[in-house]
Write a protein that binds this ligand. Structure first.
Ligand code: URA
Length: 192
């Protein structure tokens, strides 16, 4: 019998462990933070890497940025359980340092597999780290809030909620950009 999407995602998670991806990070982390939400989601959101709370709970975006993200999901009439949330790097970098280019590159094939399984209508990159690997060459200051179709997927690059949390101007920009998501999905449904 064909595997469910959840079973396929579970297999990708196991491959990351079996393949020993970023063992140095893994040794310092509490656990792998693979992803959370609905495997049938129309929206996938991709952040940078787990922070302290995410590392402890094994779930992405459960700290302050996650609270803000949940609020923005509410503003567009959706909830966490309806979307799927993950990160480009799936172990917490020590002291929350930026993920290194080779760490992002190591996790990329697994993220691509995750996206293939879920096959969402729109892939939202949060911040420059996930944007850089999926949409190389873009500048977040220019690309944010502009949907872009690349091969099989439509992407929407957005600022990272952590960057916007304490910066009033950026916060409103992120909220305004986030509000575009329902229309983007509607338009995709019209043309497909
Ligand atoms: N920031 C991220 O990019 N990802 C998380 O999971 C939490 C905070």
């Amino acid at each position: 019998m064909a595997q469910t999407k959840q079973q396929q995602l579970d297999a990708i998670k196991q491959h990351i462990i079996d393949d020993g991806i970023c063992n140095e990070l893994a040794e310092q982390a509490t656990q792998l933070v693979f992803g959370d939400g609905n495997p049938e989601a129309e929206i996938v959101l991709i952040g940078e890497a787990p922070g302290k709370n995410e590392d402890l709970q094994g779930i992405p975006f459960v700290g302050a940025s996650g609270k803000f993200l949940n609020e923005m999901l509410g503003m567009i009439g959706t909830k966490r359980e309806d979307v799927y949330i993950t990160n480009i790097v799936k172990y917490r970098p020590p002291n929350n340092r930026d993920p290194l280019p080779d760490e992002k590159a190591s996790f990329l094939p697994y993220l691509v597999e995750q996206l293939k399984v879920i096959n969402p209508k729109v892939i939202v990159t949060l911040g420059r780290h996930s944007m850089d690997v999926l949409l190389p060459g873009l500048k977040i200051s220019q690309a944010h809030g502009r949907p872009i179709r690349v091969k099989d997927h439509v992407y929407l690059p957005l600022f990272h909620p952590a960057a916007a949390l304490y910066n009033g101007g950026l916060r409103q920009t992120l909220i305004d950009d986030f509000a575009l998501i329902p229309d983007i999905i509607k338009q995709i449904k019209v043309i497909t």
